[in-house]
Design a protein around this ligand. Structure first.
Ligand SMILES: Cc1ncc(COP(=O)(O)O)c(C=O)c1O
Length: 392
């Protein structure tokens, strides 16, 4: 128990997508919203105080990414991930999805092949298709409930002339934290075939021991020179609404192409409050994050143990990282539409449907446990009751 995370803070009527967007998403506003990936916790005190101080200044003019911003990023990556980067490798973005949008345009041409590993965060496929690049899927393989990469298929797609791999590390929605060995194998394939890697590491701070996040670019000089990493404080410190993210690239031509693209698209400005929050979080948010991870691990354990013992037909995938848990409802034998209807109208939960992440996700749902334990307990009770009523 931790009073900072146990506290229920009403987010209704705060223009929250997760809470105020329920009616639009689910057709009713009484489901417990556990879909979009933000948390219901207040950000750490150091972030709130830094924002207060900046707001009190009262002048919010155009803002640059200053030395303190870059140093905060360098310090965070070294302290938390033992990854040494140089300040000049850092560029900014208003979000990781906007960064991916510009990177795809900067690093590929229409018709080029881009590989993703579904079931995976759905904007990857959307961006590839909307820019008329060729979507190449390298589906993850499910082995005894654990997802692994299919290297033979990856090699075949890479050899066929793909230009990019968008790697989700840690992986949303399946919760894998790729090991160094897994990343090495995938990275070697990409090197062999001239495929540049975009490592989306937005969830990298949210990893549960004994698992450890390995930054893809930290593995070797070759990997670093063959990749671009996207990052943000948004998931870690629950500041997604402040629209501040990062692109890190050692190779000068890759970062120049990205920076030229954001100039071209008039997307190079930064958010004054987002920058302030990033500096505060990355300089003083360590202890809060350690406490958050303990709390989230407790939430995941609670969900898993309740379902395993009381509703084993709903399988809980092991969650090594992220606060998103991948639930397997296939044993209930419902179509995706029936499952969605049942969850919203009978159970009372607003989850994210598995097929959102690709056809490999049919029969699954993603539940977001970034909420106070009491809210999760209510959600689990609703689910247990719903499953029980199916048995009658
Ligand atoms: C893998 C991944 N990348 C990017 C994002 C979103 O990034 P942003 O809000 O910075 O655009 C998410 C959000 O859930 C995510 O899971």
């Amino acid at each position: 128990m931790d009073s900072r995370f146990d506290r229920v803070i009403s987010r209704e009527k705060t223009a929250s997508i997760k809470w105020d967007g329920r009616k639009q998403k689910f057709g009713r506003d009484d489901v417990i919203p556990m879909w979009v990936a933000d948390m219901d916790f207040a950000s750490p005190e150091c972030v709130i105080e830094a924002l207060h101080n900046r707001v009190r200044h009262g002048v919010f003019g155009y803002t640059v990414r200053d030395d303190a911003f870059n140093e905060a990023v360098v310090g965070w990556l070294l302290r938390r991930h033992q990854w040494t980067i140089q300040p000049e490798w850092v560029s900014q973005a208003s979000g990781v999805v906007p960064a991916l949008n510009y990177l795809i345009q900067a690093l590929t041409e229409p018709g080029d092949g881009i590989i993703i590993q579904p079931p995976v965060y759905h904007p990857f496929a959307r961006l590839i298709k909307s820019h008329h690049r060729q979507l190449l899927t390298n589906p993850l393989q499910e082995r005894a409930g654990k997802y692994v990469m299919d290297y033979a298929d990856l090699e075949a797609k890479a050899a066929a002339g793909a230009k990019l791999l968008i790697l989700c590390s840690p992986h949303n929605p399946v919760g894998r934290v790729w090991t160094r060995e897994e990343l090495e194998r995938a990275g070697e394939i990409c090197l062999r075939h001239g495929v540049t890697v975009i490592a989306d590491e937005i969830h990298s701070d949210l990893v549960y021991a004994p698992h450890r996040h390995t930054p893809f670019a930290s593995i070797s000089k070759d990997f670093s020179m063959n990749s671009v990493t996207t990052l943000a404080p948004s998931k870690t410190f629950n500041v997604a609404g402040l629209n501040t993210a990062l692109v890190v690239a050692e190779r000068e031509d890759l970062r120049t192409r990205y920076r030229d693209m954001i100039q071209l698209q008039s997307a190079g400005s930064i958010n004054v409050l987002g920058a302030q929050a990033l500096k505060a979080a990355y300089s003083g948010g360590d202890a809060w994050l350690d406490d958050l991870l303990r709390y989230l691990a407790g939430n995941i354990d609670y969900l898993k143990s309740q379902l395993q013992s009381l509703a084993p037909r709903v399988r809980v995938t092991d969650t090594e990282g992220t606060y998103l848990v991948w639930l397997d409802f296939r044993e209930l034998g419902m179509t995706p539409e029936q499952l969605k209807e049942w969850l919203v109208h009978e159970v009372g939960l607003g989850l994210e449907s598995g097929e959102t992440y690709g056809e490999e996700g049919v029969g699954f749902q993603r539940i977001n446990v970034g909420c106070p334990r009491s809210v999760l307990e209510e959600a689990v009770q609703r689910l247990l009751k719903g499953v029980k009523s199916l048995d009658k």
